[in-house]
Design a protein around this ligand. Sequence first.
Ligand code: ADP
Length: 257
Amino acid sequence: MSLEARGVTAGYGGTDVLVGADVAVRPGEMVGIIGPNGAGKSTLLRALTRRLPLRAGHVLLDDRELDRWPRLALARALAVVPQTATLPPGYTVAELVAMGRTPHQGLWRPASREDREAVSWALDHTDTRHLRDRSAEELSGGERQRVVLARALAQRPRMLLLDEPTTHLDLRYQVELLTLTRHEVARGLGALVVLHDLNLAARACDRLAVLSAGRVVAQGTASEVLTAPLVRRVFGEGVEVRPDGERPLVLPRFGGT
Ligand code: ADP
């Protein structure tokens, strides 16, 4: 499934925060959105998922305007892991992950074998099975983040949007989460992921789009995009970019070094 923003402008109150953004994700592709704080990354994700109305432009899912998708078909196809996902209190982890199946189930119908398999698979692949009987309130930030991902994966979406999914995760789980997502991407999932860590983004994603002050200022492979002039212009002078095999390595530069 493909997702495409064409000339998307969106914002809040009197301000356009995102201006004329063009971004496309094809099936079997993982695209990283990078950019400094306040650049408009979360706003782009909101515009791409109808949580924020467009002021100009189009969002197309499989070449059809998002607004023209029936609600249920859209709920099955598209999964979003927001930056601050709230998990409703009073449920066990297994119940929360099973909520990912809601768009596939008829009202009041018991879970099918397919539902149970999807939940079981998601628990295994996010290393949350051992938490299945715990309630979400008892979990650490990183555990909660994995449960939110498990819920999204249990949905078996065809397009996955992730807003800084690695924020609360240690390095091992950051790599595991992106490796798991890549595994699904290799099977045809499309993924758009907002990432803070440029080196992680460079290694995990097929392509990167750089947002700066609400505009997409560069798009392409990591080595096309993460050039020293662009990285300094967008993120400031305190960085250096070194070649590292196929992908550049972005490092902080401290006074005089
Ligand atoms: P990023 O995800 O790149 O950090 P955001 O998309 O969250 O950036 O924010 C872009 C700009 O929009 C910021 O200036 C932010 O203050 C503003 N903004 C974000 N959300 C809202 C909102 N709900 N109401 C008003 N302004 C907002």
